[in-house]
Ligand binder design. Sequence first.
Ligand SMILES: [Zn+2]
Length: 272
Amino acid sequence: MIKNKKAFSYLPLIALILVIIFIIGLVAVPKFKSSVFHSKVTGNAYLLPPPSKEESKNPIGVAITSPPSKAYKFLQIGIDGSPIRYDPCRPVHYVVNPLNSPAFGDRIVKEAIAEVSRYSGLQFIYDGPTKELYTTDRQAYQPLVYGKRWAPVLITWSTAKQRPELIADGAGKVLGEGGSVSFALENSPTIYVSGRLDIEIENLASVVKESDGDVRVKAIILHELGHLLGLDHPDDPWQIMFPEASMQVTDFNIGDKAGLAELGRGPCNPKI
Ligand SMILES: [Zn+2]
């Protein structure tokens, strides 16, 4: 999954995880089935924002203490052996495009963000609604839209019309997608600088109508936020990051929490 570090120097790398859930009847539980792909987004040095003015000397948040667990995996490991993470010494900004959002969408996004913040210690700032749509080639730096800083994480609710590539192919329906863009300068750690999270709400139309629809859609957001921060699929079926999660697992479990805590312990990186 990890390419040559040198290739990262001026090439943000975006990691995306597709989550596919099979709806196989009322008795059987929906399954996550995943595939992973990485596509490079090219960038040039002159398109970099200046170093963040929000950078503190120390992490600005602390994860709540979680029991130790090894039931987690990281999406990307840097050449120093540590996972690629967001900088804990500055806030992670995010925007939400409310287009196609279910009635409970705003609430469950805020709840899910609060949960990943609690278990990772990373601090999030909501920059408000946006009209930006999900695109697979989204640029991590959009100064005309968001100013001279890394673009905030984009959260969207897409339909099949917007993203026809996500229509069921007979095997299942894609329900969510999440990933982050990493960046590194020479002699500095690779960190995540921006990302995107998309919920394919049209493929969840029947779930939204259920009495526990908010909990089940929120579970997908939690799973995708886990990818956004750097978690991969573990082998333990009781973790929300497991690729074949059951309906009984709708919240972070012990391994997810331990992984998120590790992802909140990245290095400060004032140069980027
Ligand atoms: Zn996944």
